[in-house]
Structures are given as C-alpha cells and as structure tokens.
Design a protein around this ligand. Sequence first.
Ligand SMILES: [Zn+2]
Length: 310
Amino acid sequence: MRVLCLESGGTKLVVAEADESGRLLGRTVRFRAEAQRASQTLDELISAGRELLKGRKVDAVGFGFGGTVSRSDQRPLFCYHEDGWGDVDAHQRLTDAFCAPVFIENDCNVAALAEARVGWKFLEGTLFYVTVGTGIGAGIVRDGTPLRLGEVGEGEIGHLIVEPSGPLCGCGHQGCLETLCSGPGLATLSGQYLDEPITGPVLMERYRAGDKMATLIVQRAADYMAQALAPVVNILAPDLIVFGGGVMQDNPQYLDLVRNRTLEQAFPPIVELAPPRFERSRLRTDVVCQGAALLALLGLNALQSTSDDL
Ligand SMILES: [Zn+2]
C-alpha cells in the first residue's frame, strides 16, 4: 500500500510518498517565491505529485492544508496567505488527478497527530501541538486520536486576542496572538520598541546574545504566549504540549521562558499536581507530511471498515 502526502504551508509546498506503516519515502519540496492563488497551488501540488509518482498508483491521498477546512465535505475553505480556496473544488480535483480517496485536514491538526503517533509515541493522554511559524495554530490529540470538535476545526490559539488594541489580523480582529508572536508578528512587535523593526531570527539572535532591548521584546512575546497558553492548560489539562515551527524549535531558551510564564498564570492545582510537559517537535520539518500520511491511512482504514460493515 502506498499513500501520497501533500502539504501547503506559508512558505513551501511538499509532496511525499509513504508506505502502509506511514513511513515517508521520497519527497519533493517547492518553496513559494511569492503569494499564489489557490488554483495555481493546486496545479503545482498535482504536477509535483505526478512527477514524484512516475505513474505509480496510490491507495489514498492525505492533504495537510494551511488553512480552514470544512470537515463534512472535506473542502479547504480559506487560507489567510492565499486567496481563492473557496472557489476551487480541491477535493474533487485531487480525486480526479490521483484516482484515489482524498482526505483533507488543517495542517496543525495533522501535525498534532504525527507528533502523537510518530514523534513522541504518545498514545495515552492529551497532547496539544502548537506551531509558531508564519502563523500560529494548534491541534489536539487524545489517546492517539485527533480530537475533532467542530465543523471547521478547533485549537485556533493563534486567533486568541491578547492585545485588544493590537495590529489588525487576517481574521478581521485586532491583536490576535498571531499578529504579535508568529515569525512576522515578532517583527511587528519589535517595531513597537525599536526605530526600525527587525526580523524574528535577528530578534532571537540578539536575545541569545543578551541584548537588553531584545530581551525586553522577547519577554513581552513570552507574556502574550502565556496569556494564550494558560487557558489551554486550565481548560484541557494537557499532559504534553509540543511546539513546532521555526520560532520555538530554534530557540529553546525562549521555550523555557514561555513555559515558566504559562505555568505562573495557569490554575495552581494543575501546575502543582499534574503540570504539562513542554517539548519541541521531534519531526520538525516533516511533521505535516507525516501527519498527512497518517490522515490518509486512518481515512482509508475507516472507509474499509465501513464497507466491511455493509
Ligand atoms: Zn486573528
């Protein structure tokens, strides 16, 4: 058995193959030069998939989509960095292109599944996965199974408002966590303190070097992160919080700061008796593709058991 895995993120498109155990085989990565429209991205995913498969058939396709998906009909609805997803029937086009069942889910949700099943082999308890990169998103997995709570998803931690008079977000609200703590958000935040804004990586580099102003800005960012994560601890009581995305993965010192600030604000009995662990992603850049492979395999399993029941 073979599945095709697709990923469309803020900066790259990835296409990979996986075997029946979900192990990733060959892959192709295409970096986006500039913003595209959905139909272009879809064409590129299909052509990269065909190129990779070289005529081989696949049993299913899993797609980790960097935006909101309507679950009942498996349709990508919209994405804040790319227009036009509502106007194309991605599910149908992928089904026609690869002649196989297609399963589509938000990229953070499939990433959470991958960290739980493959990265951390965490099959008992609640895992909360947060990615902090071009945007900020999250997924929830309980006992190795994705926790699907709503028609258009859950875990939208990036759109919690942490600064009501803050910058305008793509979602239409002001001061969402994503506008201040994602990679681009850190640049915006730095502009509130410095004459010239600096990029997230430069900010973190200065922070590591002990620069006073950079430390102040990073502490502010950690406070915003804690403002969003402490309610997650109180409401979900996760056992493990895994951080993906460049901002957290490359800066363990910042992750420690976020952890400390979050636990200072969370409900004390949870913190004293069952504090969540804070860890970095083990799958790193493969996390979404790995999740797309698992999504396809689980989807195929569910289809087969339904047809066995009939
Ligand atoms: Zn928002």
